[in-house]
Design a protein around this ligand. Structure first.
Ligand code: IMP
Ligand code: MG
Length: 169
């Protein structure tokens, strides 16, 4: 596995993102919504950098089979909290075509939150098919298939401490 982003670099960047969110949400009580399964590692680390009052929830989404985006998005687990009139920060592992994010944002908007911001660890800017607003980006990366730090290939490699490029077995 080729390492694309080292463990130390992830740690450093997650701290920086935490600082930004602490500043932007001073005096507020946002709900962080982690998109499962990929974002759970990032969310767990980011959460511990936050000094503001926060709540967390999870949304289970399935949009990939293998290494290709199908464009078909499915909710596999709904939120448990009511987000009406709440500030929501959606936590994603990676934004690729943007289709998943577009679907999620449209879905969340129907529940009338006060605001929605998106925080993604990784951004494949050049792969974007639909335009989606992203407030916080950890790293911009090229169009390669990556695994580790929560991201998977067929549910494997989520346990890696770094982000690696997956070339197949
Ligand atoms: P999109 O709908 O094309 O933006 O795809 C977003 C989702 O696809 C992410 O939330 C990931 O679950 C998955 N995904 C996209 N690129 C990768 C990758 O390089 N490695 C692992 N999962 C990926
Ligand atoms: Mg995902």
């Amino acid at each position: 596995m080729n390492i694309l982003i080292k463990e130390e670099d992830i740690k450093k960047r997650v701290k920086e993102l935490g600082k930004e969110i602490n500043n932007d949400y001073k005096g507020k009580n946002p709900i962080l919504i982690g998109v499962l399964k990929g974002a759970f590692v990032f969310l767990a680390d980011l959460l511990r950098e936050l000094e503001i009052s926060v709540e967390i929830d999870f949304l289970g989404i399935s949009s990939y089979t293998g290494t290709k985006s199908s464009g078909i998005v499915r909710i596999t687990q709904d939120l448990s909290l009511n987000i009406e009139d709440r500030d929501v920060i959606l936590i994603e592992d990676i934004v690729d075509s943007g289709r998943t994010l577009e679907y999620i944002i449209n879905n969340l908007k129907t529940r009338r939150p006060r605001s929605i911001a998106v925080c993604t660890l990784l951004n494949k800017k050049d792969a974007r098919v639909v335009d989606v607003p992203i407030t916080y980006v950890g790293f911009n990366i090229p169009r390669v298939f990556v695994v580790g730090y929560g991201l998977d290939y067929e549910n494997k490699f989520r346990n890696l401490k770094y982000i690696g490029v997956y070339h197949g077995e």
